[in-house]
Design a protein around this ligand. Structure first.
Ligand code: PMV
Length: 331
């Protein structure tokens, strides 16, 4: 287990954590298969201070309205005094780009610091516990990447072990994966969706007789994809992204708007796929070298909200300056 621990501190505290995109293996990871997740340079920042009544961005009903806030208070702040939490986010919400994981990781970092500090592996476990309690289903991939930063594999090839999880009969090991130093482009379709609904729908689809074979195909593509990233083989990664997209379409989580974005970017990319739960949400593409902005422009013209993203190597961490009061957002 590695990474700088979160040191002890006292309120007020502020922390930041990166959003993420999934490069290979979403959905199959819920069933224990390999996944590759990348922490991206779109952060969520939270500031926490003591208060008379708990609130989130001045919403005093947030413990009822906001499942992640409620879960964080229950899991990490049981019997704690009321707190005021402010959030600033550069990650579009419900877009498959990890806003909830980053929120959970950043809030867990502040609350764990206030409770005496924690190891990085412990923080990864806590951030996942918050997501899991709020969402009811899912894997620790998103929170593992948001806590560790950089490229992270689950149950796949990789180096150093970052964190480990067991949940019922499923277990996951998060490992560090080499960063080939590429830029990626993600684009939000503008269609929000529920991760939990998509995970449940895919779970049903995988109960059919060809489910195990489909999961094997997901696993082969993700393993090859991780190896191709480590080998810095851009062409192979592009081809495998396309293959992963076909599998995701086969299990029913693609969407015409996502296909439209991928088609629009095609002349400027080596490959691409939906990223996250799908059924809306976002796509990620690997641009031809130097064509990042062209890919972004094409997807914007097709109705997407694109971001050229780089890996964020720093995972969830305390920041010195509390955040300024923010306009209310949902996270
Ligand atoms: O919807 P997102 O971006 O949080 O991605 C979910 C990824 C899934 O594999 C579908 C679920 C999970 O928790 O791993």
């Amino acid at each position: 287990m590695s990474g700088e621990p979160i040191p002890p501190g006292s309120l007020p505290l502020a922390a930041r954590a990166p959003g993420k995109c999934i490069l290979f293996g979403e959905h199959a990871v819920v069933h224990g298969r390999p996944e590759l997740v990348l922490a991206i340079d779109l952060p969520v920042q939270v500031g926490v201070q003591s208060a008379v009544r708990s609130s989130l961005n001045r919403d005093f009903e947030a413990t009822e309205r906001h499942p992640y806030f409620r879960a964080a208070l229950k899991q990490l702040w049981a019997d704690g005094p009321p707190i005021e939490v402010r959030v600033q986010s550069r990650v579009p919400r419900a877009a498959g780009l990890g806003s909830s994981a980053a929120f959970s990781a950043a809030l867990a970092a502040t609350l764990s610091s206030a409770r005496g500090g924690i190891s990085r592996a412990g923080l990864a476990e806590r951030a996942f516990a918050v997501e899991r309690a709020a969402q009811g289903v899912g894997s620790p991939g998103d929170t593992a990447a948001s806590v560790a930063g950089g490229y992270v594999s689950l149950n796949g090839p990789g180096g150093e072990v970052l964190s480990e999880y067991t949940d019922g009969n499923q277990s996951w090991t998060a490992r560090r994966v080499h960063d080939p130093s590429w830029s990626w482009v993600v684009a939000y379709s503008g269609l929000p969706r529920s991760t939990a609904d998509a995970v449940r729908a895919v779970g049903e689809r995988l109960k059919r007789s060809d489910g195990p074979e489909l999961l094997d195909r997901f696993a082969r593509v993700a393993e090859s994809g991780i190896r191709a990233v480590v080998a810095e083989d851009r062409e192979a990664v592009g081809t495998l992204l396309d293959e992963n997209q076909l599998l995701l379409a086969e299990v029913g989580v693609s969407h015409p708007q996502l296909e439209k974005l991928l088609r629009a970017a095609r002349p400027t990319i080596l490959g691409g796929k939906l990223t996250g739960a799908g059924a809306g949400g976002s796509v990620v593409v690997l641009p031809l070298p130097g064509r990042e902005l062209d890919a972004a422009r094409r997807m914007a013209r097709a109705g997407g909200l694109p971001f050229v993203v780089r890996p964020e190597s720093e995972g969830a961490s305390l920041v010195a300056r509390p955040v300024e009061p923010a306009a209310p957002t949902d996270e």
